[in-house]
Design a protein around this ligand. Structure first.
Ligand SMILES: Nc1nc2c(ncn2[C@@H]2O[C@H](COP(=O)(O)OP(=O)(O)OP(=O)(O)O)[C@@H](O)[C@H]2O)c(=O)[nH]1
Ligand SMILES: [Mg+2]
Length: 454
């Protein structure tokens, strides 16, 4: 008989602050639900409250916390073990909250479910908020960043991605370690707790330094590879997670990159040549996806991966047009690209998954984004048209020129063929006379190489 591992159950908690409308609030919770499902947890209900901010001691108001604890089997209050260090301002803030009418009642998906082991908050919460919530609910508490980090941890495949994720996780864990172990040591009145904590912290610091060094070494390797490709024609697929970047990568390059209906299927950049090959060759990069409230340390960690995108001459900005929240996905992706400085790279908007969009909605999309390309990664015709668009983009930037390759330097022939399209060849006393077409920068470099070799 097959023994099945119990599936962890989770309850989601979202706070709707005044600046967030109902639709965005619901979309954010829906996305958290998908993230939690990606982790393999079962979401048994969603718990939502309108409040002025996420800053309270327990995130939720007192009444809501009791309701939550009734479901998780906790006490419903933080209890005397918590150090009550409320500021006057915080007290006023929380008192004000309590007078607010509750937004929504709890919506458990089904009655009489076993108790959830996890409470997952759709915001970034402080280590002490997490600890207070754990005390009150008796459940393990995770926040959005914790969930995303866990997914990244499970999906990281390459050595570089693994190191980047480990670094982001340690940075996330370090402050939590300080507060929670410190608190526990005090509770138990154990003096040695402090030194254990010191030891843990030092270990983390050492490991972070080690990781930094290893990553820098790898990044030097990446830079060299990128340098070798500097004059090649490069496009990068960027955009929100699950938009279809890897699907387009597969279709454009015939490569077997991972495609999955999961958030953050791809964490590494893959570079492949456009197929059938263009002349000169065009390289396509697939990149890590973006998400709302992407943890800052992860953006920093993955910046080197995204540097690939910065080096491209053209960004293919992929959006899932069949997603009702595609506009906010677009906005999030734009802001991450701005953050890494890629907003200066020319880009084309690709409204993907158009096969799932009705004719009427397509018209609306065309009217709203007149410059966008509507396509489906599943349609070979659409992909062929995209390939032509990519080639045309580079074609427009190319110039024609003539090079003379002396007979003594025929060894450089392959380099010419790799970096430019050879239109015709002639031979005279000086050597091989080549009419070529390529990017001005590539031609200039070929000339320099030829001059240096003489
Ligand atoms: N119907 C339809 N589904 C698509 C299309 N493009 C991609 N998909 C599906 O969408 C899901 C996500 O596709 P991926 O290509 O893995 O998306 P991604 O942008 O690489 O996602 P991450 O790597 O997680 O950031 C998969 O289940 C694909 O089969 C499309 O044009 N039409
Ligand atoms: Mg992908």
């Amino acid at each position: 008989m097959e023994t099945k591992l119990p599936v962890p159950r989770a309850l989601l908690v979202g706070i709707q602050i005044p600046t967030v409308d109902d639709a965005s609030h619901a979309a954010s919770l829906e996305e958290l639900r998908r993230l939690v499902k990606t982790l393999g947890y079962e979401v048994i209900g969603t718990f939502s409250q309108k409040r002025d901010g996420i800053g309270g001691e327990t995130v939720l108001g007192k009444g809501k916390l009791e309701e939550l604890a009734a479901i998780t089997g906790g006490r419903g209050f933080v209890g005397s073990m918590a150090v009550a260090r409320k500021s006057k301002a915080r007290e006023r803030f929380e008192d004000a909250d309590e007078t607010k009418p509750d937004a929504r009642e709890i919506e458990p998906d089904e009655e009489a479910q076993p108790k959830p082991e996890f409470v997952i908050v759709d915001h970034d919460i402080s280590p002490s908020q997490a600890r207070n919530l754990e005390r009150a609910t008796g459940a393990q508490v995770l926040d959005r960043t914790g969930v995303i980090l866990e997914i990244f941890h499970r999906h990281a495949r390459s050595r570089e991605a693994k190191l980047q994720v480990e670094m982001a996780r340690l940075k996330y864990v370090a402050p939590r370690l300080r507060e929670s172990s410190g608190g526990d040591a005090r509770q138990q009145g154990v003096g040695s707790g402090e030194s254990d904590l010191e030891l843990d912290r030092r270990k983390i610091r050492d490991r972070l330094a080690e990781l930094k060094e290893q990553l820098e070494g790898m990044q030097r390797g990446n830079e060299q590879r990128r340098y070798a490709r500097r004059d090649q024609l490069r496009v990068a697929l960027v955009g929100y997670t699950n938009a279809g970047k890897s699907s387009l990568m597969r279709a454009l390059t015939g490569s077997e990159v991972l495609v999955e209906d999961k958030l953050f299927a791809t964490l590494d950049t893959t570079v492949r040549a456009l197929q059938p090959e263009a002349k000169p060759r065009v390289l396509v990069s697939d990149t890590v996806g973006f998400i709302k409230k992407l943890p800052h340390d992860l953006v920093a960690s993955f910046k080197s991966t995204l540097d690939e995108a910065l080096e491209a001459s053209l960004l293919l900005f992929v959006v899932d047009a069949s997603d009702p929240t595609y506009e906010s996905q677009l906005e999030v992706s734009r802001s991450v690209l701005r953050e890494i400085g890629a907003d200066v790279v020319p880009s084309r908007l690709l409204l993907n998954k158009i096969d799932r969009v009705s004719e009427a909605d397509r018209d609306a999309l065309r009217a709203k984004h007149p410059d966008a390309i509507l396509l489906s990664a599943k349609s070979p015709e659409d992909v062929a048209a995209l390939r032509e668009t990519i080639i045309a983009f580079f074609e427009a930037a190319m110039v024609e020129d003539q090079l003379v390759l002396p007979y003594a330097k025929q060894g450089l022939l392959s380099e010419v063929y790799e970096n430019a399209r050879v239109l015709s060849e002639d031979f005279d006393a000086d050597g091989r006379i080549m009419k070529i077409r390529g990017l001005p920068s590539a031609i200039a470099r070929l000339r320099r190489t030829l001059a240096a070799a003489s």
